[in-house]
Design a protein around this ligand. Sequence first.
Ligand SMILES: Cc1ncc(COP(=O)(O)O)c(C=O)c1O
Length: 355
Amino acid sequence: MASSFDLNNLLRVNIRNLTPYSSARNEFKGKASTLLDANENAFGSPLDVFYNRYPDPLQHEIKRKLSHIKGVPPRNIFLGNGSDEAIDILFRAFCRPGIDNVILVPPTYGMYEVSANINDVAVKKINLTEDFQLNLEGIAEAIDTNTRLIFLCSPNNPTGNSLRREDVETVLANFNGLVVIDEAYINYSRQKTFIQELTEYGNLVVLQTLSKAWGLAGLRLGMAFASEEIIEVFNKIKPPYNINQATQELALKALDQVEQVNDWIKETVSQREQVSELLRTFDYVLHVYPSDANFILVKTSEPREIYTHLVDASVIVRDRSKVELCEGCLRITIGTPAENERLIAALQQYKSDKQ
Ligand SMILES: Cc1ncc(COP(=O)(O)O)c(C=O)c1O
């Protein structure tokens, strides 16, 4: 690995030269009584809210609020229609279809590969080690002159563990493409976020989301934190009004509820530890992996049978038993205490059915 990061070199030429779409709401930003610039319906909307107007393309108010919560300036924040939009934009901005490649470290979140395939970008897979940590030598060997992005997910889905901070720093310090750290589950983690390191590493992109701890998966609001230059690239490419007005208003309201969210996080973490302990008591559970997320990876002797039994009991978990390094594993999300009790009761029933 050699480190000489240059964002301009990394950008696709067509994106570097792109004149972005300039919307009506970009061109006039002040307050006015007569808005005849955006071909909206001036009479109103059929709803109680004035949804007849286009929303703020750059979501200034949400960014201001997020900036307070996260301790990152608004200019370092991009908001997307879920983090999945940010992932897709990274491919479109930095990876030439049919030429460039990215490094993924399976088992990990599936959208990175799907997005790569949609964008016709080759994927180099360097599996995590047996303890679900980075294979630094493998990554170093896989990097070539066309490697543009490395995706690291920490805490990782589906394994639940955090990657070792020193290892992530090694990749950041030595790779001259972008290192994308997906922190969708960071609120549940014992590890510190990387968003305070943006000034240290120009090649760092951190993804977070309101879909998990914030309980807003239905609103679709993902965040990317990066240098101002990288955020400008995101803004150049995104559809002009990628975050709709309803989402913006509801997210603003929700962001005032930090205490409620923190309570849920504490409860989830406590439930995670209790459920992990209980799962360890079943003899068909071979291993309960330590988790820094709101789910647990559990190795079992008969994953398919347990999965089907749980479905019959109306408890749905994720069968990850066919995923490399996760053989025999189910991924179980931590629910409310009542839901977790139903899970444990169904598993006890499975055990007694077998006897
Ligand atoms: C690691 C990881 N990143 C991102 C996402 C998707 O986030 P969003 O809802 O913001 O698109 C998920 C969803 O499961 C995830 O597990």
